[in-house]
Design a protein around this ligand. Structure first.
Ligand code: ADP
Ligand code: MG
Length: 397
């Protein structure tokens, strides 16, 4: 069973002269002057938007931006987004200064085939995050067709991602959403073997369910980053001042036992880069057994990197989430950036998810060589945990 089962793609709909509401993810970072500092998310929505406009749809785009907490706030206006979208599309994009109401209704009525408007920040309305039934109906009344292309918010049951979908006759996944579901569906149900999952990042507790669910699917679990520290501790190694979760030792032991029972190989660091402070300008490589009381593990060592790289190289499919070290400090970024390069160089189908992991792949300059970079950190981790996403469930027939 794939994740797209029972869901239609925007590519299968006849959109001519239809009022199409497209939930997009325009939650872009803005600088102090409210200029867009990274328009990746707008760019990522363009294929679905262009498809709809070329098909003659009357397109209504909706998105949230930041956390305005249910009230209009000019600091979170989609104005800069509307301007950038107009530039990218080479056509006028009208920004409607409200979410629902007579103004919005009138602007939608006036839309002609192939025209697009953008509603103001959906979270200006107090009903959006509450999945309010009235707002859901009001949003639905604006359109004939609902399309969700905002994978990054599909794990939230909000009026624009879940509530309104039940009141629209025709619904579909946008191209970006479709690709995410197709890739994660394959990862979970029919991966190219061997499936190698590389996990890292700050905490085990953030990703317990991810680890558990992968135990039943992966052939090899590669564990680095601070997450590995808890496992090293569980194996009786001393880890000095390293970030770890001593209250999760039993869980770590259970996971290791579960892996052994299922014949899943687990790779942990055998050598590590340590320093006495997070701000240190250099680190020292030591064997994982030799971390002293004053030291902190801040990166994986070269021997570990070689072993992790080998696993990634011989994989059929790779899923990577979580940096291998404190990569924000250049002195401890080597393991993460080199692992990113190893993932990029692998012949395997490679998938990267997670905000910091995606940023590491970009900083390492290898994003072009990754087969799938997920646009939703939280949503992708929920899928890998085996959870159903409310925004995806709502799309099924
Ligand atoms: P993602 O956003 O990709 O899901 P996480 O948010 O789980 O990843 O983890 C990223 C954070 O983990 C980074 O801020 C990184 O500095 C931190 N981290 C990784 N390894 C270590 C370590 N050994 N010590 C301290 N912090 C670490
Ligand atoms: Mg993160």
């Amino acid at each position: 069973m794939g994740l797209t089962d029972g869901i239609r793609s925007i590519a299968d709909l006849d959109l001519r002269s239809k009022r199409v509401f497209m939930r997009v993810d325009f939650n872009v970072p803005l600088d102090a002057q409210r200029r867009i500092s990274d328009d990746t998310r707008i760019q990522a929505s363009l294929p679905s938007i262009r498809l709809a406009l070329d098909a003659g749809a009357r397109l209504i785009c909706g998105s949230h931006l930041g956390r305005p907490k249910g009230k209009p706030n000019p600091a979170y206006s989609l104005e800069p987004v509307a301007a950038r979208l107009a530039e990218l599309l080479g056509k006028e994009v009208t920004l409607v200064d409200e979410v629902v109401g007579d103004g919005a209704k009138n602007r939608v009525q006036a839309l002609r085939d192939g025209e697009v408007l953008l509603l103001e920040n959906l979270r200006f309305h107090p009903g959006e995050e509450k999945n309010d039934p009235q707002l859901s109906k009001d949003l639905a009344s604006l359109c004939d067709v609902y399309v969700n292309d905002a994978f990054g918010t599909a794990h939230r049951a909000h009026a624009s991602t879940e509530g309104m979908v039940h009141h629209v006759a025709e619904k579909a996944a946008g191209l970006l959403m479709w690709k995410e579901l197709e890739v994660f569906g394959r990862l979970l149900d029919n991966p190219r073997k061997p499936l190698v999952a590389v996990l890292g990042g700050a905490k085990v507790s953030d990703k317990i369910q991810v680890l558990k669910n992968l135990l039943d699917r992966a052939d090899t679990l590669v564990i680095g980053g601070a997450m590995a520290n808890t496992f090293l501790l569980a194996q009786g190694k001393s880890i000095g001042q390293s970030l770890a979760e001593p209250e999760k030792l039993d869980l770590a032991r259970d996971l290791l036992a579960g892996a052994a029972a299922r014949k899943v190989a687990v790779l942990l660091p055998t050598d590590v880069v340590v320093a006495e402070s997070l701000e240190a300008e250099t680190g020292t490589t030591v064997q994982a057994e030799k971390v002293s009381e004053a030291q902190r593990i801040l990166d994986i060592g070269p021997e570990t990197l070689a072993a992790f790289g080998k696993a990634v190289k011989s994989a059929g499919m790779v899923f990577w989430n979580g940096p291998m070290g404190l990569f924000e400090n250049a002195a401890f970024a080597h393991g993460t950036f080199e692992l990113a390069k190893a993932v990029a160089a692998s012949e395997a189908f490679t998938v990267v998810g997670g905000g910091d992991s995606v940023s590491a792949v970009n900083k390492a300059g290898v994003a072009q060589k990754i087969d799938h970079i997920s646009t939703g950190g939280g949503a992708s981790l929920e899928l890998v945990q085996g959870l159903a996403l409310p925004g995806v469930v709502a799309l099924s027939k």
